[in-house]
Design a protein around this ligand. Sequence first.
Ligand SMILES: C[S@@+](CC[C@H](N)C(=O)[O-])C[C@H]1O[C@@H](n2cnc3c(N)ncnc32)[C@H](O)[C@@H]1O
Length: 224
Amino acid sequence: MTNKPNKTELFKAVGAHLREPKGEMGHNVAAKMNQTNRAMTEVAYDKLNPRPGFKMLEIGFGNGRLLPYLLDRVLPEGKLLGVDISRDMVLEADTFLQKAGYGGNYHLSQSSSTALPAKDGELDGVVAVNAVYFWQEPSQHLCEISRILKPEGRLVISVRGIAYMTALPFGKEGFVLREDQEYRDMLDQSGFEIMGEYKFVDEQLGEIKVDKPAEVIVFSARKQ
Ligand SMILES: C[S@@+](CC[C@H](N)C(=O)[O-])C[C@H]1O[C@@H](n2cnc3c(N)ncnc32)[C@H](O)[C@@H]1O
């Protein structure tokens, strides 16, 4: 007898670890995400328009391996805050950034994007890559983001397109997959003006190939 999970169980578990990576499997899923989500993360950071001295926040940074691409662009005077609901991801990202010599330039918290660790109007930009699928009530998150942004502060949301996400075999419990227009509407209804939308076809998720192009959409918005 073997305890090896069957494919259905395995995909269900992967979906759960995408939502909140935990333990050894969460560590492995997060490591994989660094490869597959690098391009969509780098484009999102570019669209944030980070400059030295800016104070930024990332929602759902996973294991934090890509955070230096943003941190390096706001240093030496700037600062990076981050929130992730996964305690294991906060610990792993923190250990990585400390070892990489960024101590003092960042602060990571185990928290949800409904309760952000910043004062009203404090931040220049907020970015969320592959994190918005888990917002059941987007207005709660967007209202909190708006609170901490300066007037005209930037919000960048990077997601994979609904056709590709739907075709992925992962369990999608807790995911809310949205059409492009639903993203536009939720931003508009929460007082964000869309400055640009950028679409490209990214690599497929590792070994898992589906018959839909791996489209990415990056929404760049400004607090009105
Ligand atoms: C699919 S992973 C994406 C990780 C990374 N941004 C990437 O694209 O590779 C989603 C991450 O968001 C975190 N997360 C989910 N819901 C969240 C919320 N409401 N607030 C903060 N983090 C959240 C998860 O714990 C996880 O680390």
